[in-house]
Design a protein around this ligand. Sequence first.
Ligand SMILES: Nc1ncnc2c1ncn2[C@@H]1O[C@H](COP(=O)(O)OP(=O)(O)O)[C@@H](O)[C@H]1O
Ligand SMILES: [Mg+2]
Length: 241
Amino acid sequence: MDLITLHGIEKTYQMGDISVPVLKGISLAIRQGELIALTGSSGSGKSTLMNILGCLDRPTAGEYWLDGQETSKLSSDERALLRNRKLGFVFQSFNLLARTSAIENVAMPLAYSAESLSEREARGRAAEMLGRVGLADRLGHLPSQLSGGQQQRVAIARALINHPPVLFADEPTGNLDSRTSEEVLQMFEQLNSEDGITIIMVTHDPKVAGHAKRVIRIEDGLIQGDGAVADSSPETPGGAA
Ligand SMILES: Nc1ncnc2c1ncn2[C@@H]1O[C@H](COP(=O)(O)OP(=O)(O)O)[C@@H](O)[C@H]1O
Ligand SMILES: [Mg+2]
């Protein structure tokens, strides 16, 4: 079964009397365990589509099935619940709480999850997740005491703390230099291959898209390309989907 199915998704923004059509009929299916780059030029509608996929916004028309549930008509409270249970988010600007340690940033979403964990269990789980992203020795550091790449890894650990099946990342390396970007992208590849997490990255950077197994290209609100990526790294044959 597909994890995500879109049927004829449209999004039109209303600016006073003017309708601004942004998504013009997007249909696609995504299976569990895919590593996808959603690309396209600036203004093509990537973030708008990502906001709908992430249940942050509703489409104007069309159906969005997520893990067997049709979501396009859910209330904002119902969407919030779904986001908390099924979706993780990573943003270009990391969005960490500044005066809060790495471990507390990562533990934060546990307070809103269905399970009620003790303080100690929550810290234990957050520490484990930080270990998973290579930051076992940075638990008490504040964001300002971490490099950009380390901050983004804290954000990834926080996004995954409730074990969502899907991770969305909107321009996740937009604020990172190329070496640190590589490090974060390798983290995504590892989480995808080892834990089977479905990852959807939004990017306008072909180098970032090169780390995906499938690239979906959107232009002017429509899908203009969708296909598996040939593995370009000569030393790792057989990596393509
Ligand atoms: N809230 C909004 N209200 C009106 N127009 C919007 C809104 N959000 C985005 N748009 C318009 O939709 C188009 C696509 O934007 P966006 O999805 O952010 O593109 P991308 O992420 O690919 O750069 C742009 O022309 C933008 O001006
Ligand atoms: Mg965008």
